[in-house]
Design a protein around this ligand. Structure first.
Ligand code: RAM
Length: 359
C-alpha cells in the first residue's frame, strides 16, 4: 500500500426515526454556558456542512469509509463542521433522492454519495449543484453521467480491478473449472464496471480459457439475500469451483454458506472484502485471499478537498490539486476522478490480523 494506515477514530451513532445519522457537530461547551464566555466555535450556519450518503445503511463497508470523514474532521476541528451520515435502508437509487433533498434543504456545502445508479439521480444532483452545493461521487463514479457531478473519489484505479479479481479467482481454482459471480444490486455502477472488466479479461486472456463463468447473481448488498443466492449456486451447480464476490456483503455471506455447507476448500470464495469481517474465514481456510483498498482514506480525502475549497480557493476541476495532510497531495484527473490509491491490496494469512483491527 502506497500510504501508511492510520488509526480510525471512534464513532458516535445516533439512530433517529429509522435513519441512522452520524453527527460531528459541537455547539458551545458546557463551561461556556456556565460562565457566559464567548467560544471560538463558529455559529451553526458558519459550519462546513458535509453529507455522506452511502448506498445503504447497515453496510460495514460504508461505516468504515465514514470513519475517514471523522478522522479528517477531528484533525481540522470538530467545532468547524457539521457532518451527516444518512442514507436508505435498501440500496436503491430512488431511495437516495430524499437524502440529497435533505442536504439541499440543510444548505450543505458538499454531498458525497455512493450512488446506486449511473443515471437515476442526475436531476437531483443538478438541483443540488444549482443551489451551490458540490456533488462528489465517492467509492466509484457514474459512467456516462459525469457532467452531473463535480468530481469522483475513486478508491483505486478501477481499470485494475477486473484483471486483479479474475486472477485471484483463477489462481485459487488452478485456472480450471466453473465459477459464479455474486454481486450487489443489478444497477450498482461500481459492480457493473468491475464485472464487465472481469468478463473482458476472461474472454481475452488465454490463461483463463479453461475457466467458465456460470452465472451472475445479485444479493443486493443484503446479508440474507446474498446468503440465499450463494446457497442456490451450490445447489444448482454441484461442480462449481468458486464464488467471486466483489462486494463486502456478498463475500462475507458466501464464506458463511460455504463453511456451513462443509464445502471449505472445495468451493473457493474470493472477491472484495473487509479485513475485519473476513479474518475468521482467512484463518480457517474458507477464503485463501481477497482484495480491497483503504475505505477510510476516501472520506479523509473528501474532507480535505472541501476544506481546500473553503480556505484555499481550490475549485474542483481537472488539473486542480489539494493537500490531504497525512496522505499528501491529490489532483483531479482529466476525467474528473481522484485516485485514492492506484492498486488494490491483497489480504491473506500473512497480513489479515494486522489489517482486521483497522477496518
Ligand atoms: C460493498 C459495496 C461497495 C463496494 C464494496 C467493495 O460493500 O457494494 O460499493 O465497493 O463492497
Amino acid at each position: 500500500m502506497r500510504k501508511s494506515i492510520f488509526v480510525i477514530a471512534a464513532l458516535a451513532i445516533v439512530i433517529a426515526g429509522g435513519i441512522a445519522v452520524f453527527f460531528v457537530s459541537k455547539g458551545e461547551t458546557p463551561d461556556a454556558r456556565i460562565t457566559g464566555q464567548e467560544t471560538n466555535a463558529p455559529a451553526e450556519d458558519e459550519k462546513i456542512t458535509i453529507y455522506f450518503i452511502p448506498k445503504n445503511l447497515g453496510n460495514s463497508y460504508f461505516e468504515a469509509l465514514s470513519t475517514g470523514f471523522y478522522d479528517a474532521i477531528s484533525e481540522l476541528g470538530d467545532e468547524k463542521f457539521k457532518y451527516v451520515y444518512a442514507g436508505p435502508q435498501i440500496a436503491e437509487a430512488d431511495n437516495q433522492i430524499e437524502f440529497v433533498k435533505k442536504a439541499i434543504q440543510d444548505g450543505a456545502d458538499a454531498i458525497f454519495i455512493a450512488s446506486n445508479s449511473n443515471t437515476a439521480l442526475n436531476s437531483v444532483f443538478d438541483e443540488a449543484r444549482e443551489s451551490g452545493i458540490r456533488v462528489y461521487i465517492i467509492n466509484q463514479d457514474i459512467p456516462g453521467s459525469e457532467s452531473h457531478r463535480d468530481a469522483a473519489i475513486m478508491p483505486v484505479n478501477f481499470d485494475k480491478i477486473g484483471g486483479a479479481q479474475i486472477e485471484l479467482m483463477g489462481k485459487q481454482i488452478d485456472y480450471e473449472g466453473s465459477f459464479a459471480i455474486l454481486s450487489a444490486t443489478a444497477d450498482a455502477p461500481d459492480q457493473n464496471t468491475w464485472i464487465s472488466l472481469i468478463k473482458k479479461e476472461l474472454e481475452s486472456d488465454p490463461k483463463y480459457e479453461k475457466m467458465e463463468l456460470l452465472e451472475i447473481v445479485y444479493g443486493d448488498d443484503q446479508a440474507d439475500k446474498s446468503a440465499s443466492e450463494a446457497k442456490a449456486l451450490l445447489a444448482k451447480y454441484p461442480e462449481i469451483k468458486g464464488i467471486l464476490s466483489p462486494t463486502t456483503v456478498g463475500i462475507f455471506a458466501a464464506c458463511n454458506v460455504v463453511r456451513e455447507s462443509g464445502m471449505t476448500g472445495k468451493v473457493k470464495v474470493t472477491g472484495l472484502g473487509l479485513p475485519s469481517e473476513m479474518a475468521e474465514f482467512v484463518l480457517d481456510g474458507t477464503c485463501e485471499g481477497f482484495q480491497l483498498w483503504n475505505p477510510p482514506y476516501e472520506g479523509y480525502i473528501g474532507v480535505y478537498m472541501v476544506w481546500a475549497e473553503k480556505k484555499e480557493g481550490f475549485i474542483p476541476k481537472p488539473g486542480a490539486k489539494f493537500n490531504a495532510r497525512k496522505l499528501g497531495e491529490y489532483a483531479i484527473q482529466s476525467n474528473g476522478q481522484i485516485l485514492t490509491l492506484e492498486d488494490p491490496m491483497l489480504y491473506d494469512k500473512s497480513n489479515i490480523e494486522k489489517y482486521s483491527v483497522l477496518f
